[in-house]
Design a protein around this ligand. Structure first.
Ligand SMILES: Cc1ncc(COP(=O)(O)O)c(C=O)c1O
Length: 278
């Protein structure tokens, strides 16, 4: 397997579509819309599938199909393993699971989702293109939604314009070399446990965490209107995943109001828990 370092997760998918000559791809309805828009932009036919409460495909998919499966919140590594055994052409989207082990025909992640960098995505693939790509030199100052919402949205909109496959920028490669991954892992696991302890009974999502899983967020889908309104009234910045999901889809029953509670800011963890419990 080779690791190809590109700028964005969505461009890893474009790369795979190109290198494998994929004409049709199965993607979940419940995922980031950049996934299917990138596939569409690459001229690929999209076939959607639904997922159940365990985040597994609701129906059997053709065994020889090219399938994208999302490692949701970094908590679905077990599902990835099960699906990879069944489907030889599965592509694991680890944008929310940076630390997950390699799995499937290919997998990719997104550094920006986990670390304070403006781009970067590692694609693990056996097939590689004999083609050079230019470096991503878009100058953005990385920030989180909680730190500076306006800037965060601005950055995302700039990245949405990046339609061409590019490589990770040299700056990001340097920053990431010096990153304290051990500390990041520890904070994520600790804060996840805290959220789980206090919020589990109010949460429609009931995903267990494996001992070696490092989550992206604590996914919280409140099971009481009272809690939804407390959250709505708070002035905390919240990221909703994935907002415009149609009510007619079966997933909307347990996923529609899901917010991604961040794990790396302990002050935020305290604030959100006290907002919900008080
Ligand atoms: C599951 C998932 N896949 C893919 C992407 C796209 O990642 P990128 O913005 O690096 O292209 C995202 C982004 O939010 C995501 O959450």
């Amino acid at each position: 397997m080779a690791i190809v370092k590109l700028n964005l997760a969505r461009n890893c998918l474009k790369y795979l579509i190109k290198v494998y000559g994929i004409k049709e791809i199965f993607t979940p309805y419940y995922t980031c819309e950049t996934v299917w828009t990138s596939a569409k932009e690459s001229g690929c036919k999209i076939s959607f599938y639904h997922i159940d409460k365990n985040f597994m495909p609701i129906r059997d998919l053709p065994l020889d199909a090219f399938i994208v499966y999302t490692n949701y919140y970094g908590l679905c590594t077990k599902n990835c393993r099960i699906l990879a055994k069944k489907y030889p052409h599965i592509i694991i989207d680890n944008a929310q699971a940076f630390y997950a082990p390699h799995c499937g025909m290919a997998d990719f992640n997104s550094l920006r989702k986990f670390f304070p960098v403006q781009n970067g995505a590692y694609l693990c693939t056996t097939k590689v293109l004999d083609e050079r790509f230019s470096e991503d030199n878009l100058e953005l100052t990385p920030t989180s939604a909680q730190e500076n919402f306006e800037k965060f949205v601005y950055n995302e909109l700039q990245l949405n314009k990046e339609k061409q496959i590019k490589t990770i920028s040299a700056d990001v490669e340097k920053t990431i070399e010096n990153f304290d991954f051990a500390n990041d892992k520890k904070i994520r696991q600790e804060n996840f446990k805290i959220y789980k302890r206090y919020l589990e009974k109010f949460n429609n999502i009931n995903l267990s965490i494996e001992p070696d899983e490092i989550p992206y967020c604590y996914p919280f889908s409140p099971n009481q209107e009272k809690i939804k309104s407390k959250i709505a009234k708070s002035n905390l910045t919240l990221i909703q995943l994935w907002k415009n999901f149609p009510q007619s889809c079966p997933e909307s029953k347990f996923l529609n109001d899901t917010i991604a509670l961040p794990l790396t800011d302990s002050n935020y963890v305290e604030k959100i828990i006290s907002t919900i419990l008080n």
